[in-house]
Design a binder for this molecule. Structure first.
Ligand code: HEC
Length: 403
């Protein structure tokens, strides 16, 4: 259970840090877009943006300086650890769930047969290779054309999700695209936004002119981060919705939902600067309904695929293994199958399938955990599994785990 507790702690921490990061990011975007021209006496002090707010029983007066304050304040708040701790905890969580548990969560032999090491190398390659491509593009002349850059960036993310869904399990693929996006976002803070801020702070401390161009490069990165927030959050919760990541064109589902959610973010960005465009919300909602309709459309199974993957185990089983296989066909495969018969779970929950002996053997530890130790599977004991059935799995696990 130790790993479960570590996983719980990391996930909890990751969510808290992520809330702080995205929350601060939303707040500052809102703040920046809502600044108004200050009265003259403030302008003379070098203030270019003025904002008043009331919150938690008090009035707040916020001033944004054109260049910087005359003297360095005693205490200056930075916002970087929200991003760094979110990334670090996310990376540890990814390593624990998808790399330590690669054969259970990352590898799907029906997609591509990989050893854990191969899968982990591809996973890390995707995340850090993607970061490298993005950073190179940001430093190239492409960055002078934000719209073209935006399109190139979208194509790059499409390529990443296409590759991920053709290498990994559905969940593993989505989570890797999410990890890439999160790494790019944290990288934007680390590689560009923070260095620009350090230059500005140094200039103020040494009473030198602040060069406004320092902030401009950082601006492009922060626009990217702004539009990536909603797609990123979708990916982080997508694990609960197998209909998205189990779809035969999962990479397109991911891209479509990502684009629609970035479009919705655009509505809020415009709203902050006083432009109301409800048409964005309406087209966004229509887009989501169309995606839902497309994704839920019944899929006629590919006859070639079905015939090459017989549901019967291809290898000879001993008596005990056969017993386990039978128990699991009766009590688990109604939901956990390529073709579930359960009326509610029409797609295998979490993409977990027990149609073949290989699939069962590969996941022996989690099966044992959920069917014997925590006993929360079958879900609500819908298939009326008895203690004797659970004992069959327990005995087999004792033997397998000793081998
Ligand atoms: C009625 C449908 C249903 C049946 C039957 C069922 N499950 Fe599940 N199973 C689910 C759902 C839904 C989830 C996802 C929610 C969760 O993790 O609690 C799940 C999740 C799991 C997980 C967690 C996978 C992960 O990656 O964390 C395991 C392991 C599992 N089931 C094993 C089993 C076993 C073993 C059986 C048979 C003894 C079984 N299930 C029967 C619906 C079912």
């Amino acid at each position: 259970m130790l790993l479960d507790w570590i996983s719980l702690f990391l996930r909890w921490f990751h969510v808290i840090a992520g809330v702080a990061w995205i929350g601060a990011s939303f707040y500052f975007i809102w703040l920046d877009n809502n600044l108004r021209t200050p009265p003259d006496w403030k302008k003379q002090k070098g203030i270019k943006g003025d904002l008043w707010a009331v919150h938690g029983g008090g009035f707040y007066e916020i001033a944004k300086y054109e260049y910087g304050p005359e003297a360095m304040p005693e205490k200056l708040h930075w916002f970087k650890w929200e991003a760094y701790t979110t990334w670090i905890s996310g990376f540890l969580l990814l390593s624990l769930v998808y790399y330590h548990g690669a054969s259970i969560y990352l590898i799907d032999n029906a997609v591509m047969e990989l050893t854990p090491t191969e899968a982990i190398i591809r996973g890390l390659g995707l995340i850090f290779g993607g970061l490298f491509v993005y950073e190179a593009a940001c430093r190239s002349p492409l960055s002078k054309y934000p719209q073209i850059f935006g399109i190139a960036f979208l194509i790059m993310l499409m390529a990443a999700s296409y590759l991920a869904t053709h290498w990994f399990s559905g969940r593993g693929a989505f989570m890797h695209v999410g990890a890439l996006v999160g790494t790019i976002m944290a990288g934007n803070v680390f590689f560009k936004i923070m260095p620009a801020q350090r230059l500005m702070v140094d200039a103020v401390a040494n009473k030198k002119q602040v060069d406004p161009s320092w902030g401009l490069g950082a601006k492009l990165r922060s626009v990217h981060n702004n539009y990536l927030t909603l797609p990123l959050l979708f990916i982080m919760i997508s694990n609960h919705y197998p209909m998205t990541y189990q779809h035969p064109n999962a990479w397109l589902v991911l891209m479509a939902i990502g684009v629609v959610s970035a479009w919705i973010r655009h509505y809020f960005n415009l709203k902050h600067i006083g432009i109301s465009r409800p048409s964005i919300l309406i087209t966004g909602a229509i887009g989501m309904v169309l995606i839902a309709g497309w994704v839920s459309r019944p899929i006629t199974p590919d006859p070639d695929l079905v015939s090459t993957q017989p549901p019967v185990p291809a290898i000879a089983l001993n008596e005990q293994q056969q017993q386990v296989f039978d128990v699991m066909q009766t009590h688990c495969a109604n939901c956990h199958s390529a073709k579930p018969t359960d009326e509610i779970f029409v797609v295998a929950p979490l993409g977990l399938m027990f149609d073949t002996w290989q699939q069962i053997q590969q996941r022996a530890a989690v099966i044992h955990r959920r069917a014997v130790i925590t006993k929360d599977m079958p879900m609500m004991n819908k298939t009326a599994m008895t203690d004797a059935d659970r004992q069959v799995i327990a005995d087999w696990f004792d033997v397998t785990s000793k081998q």
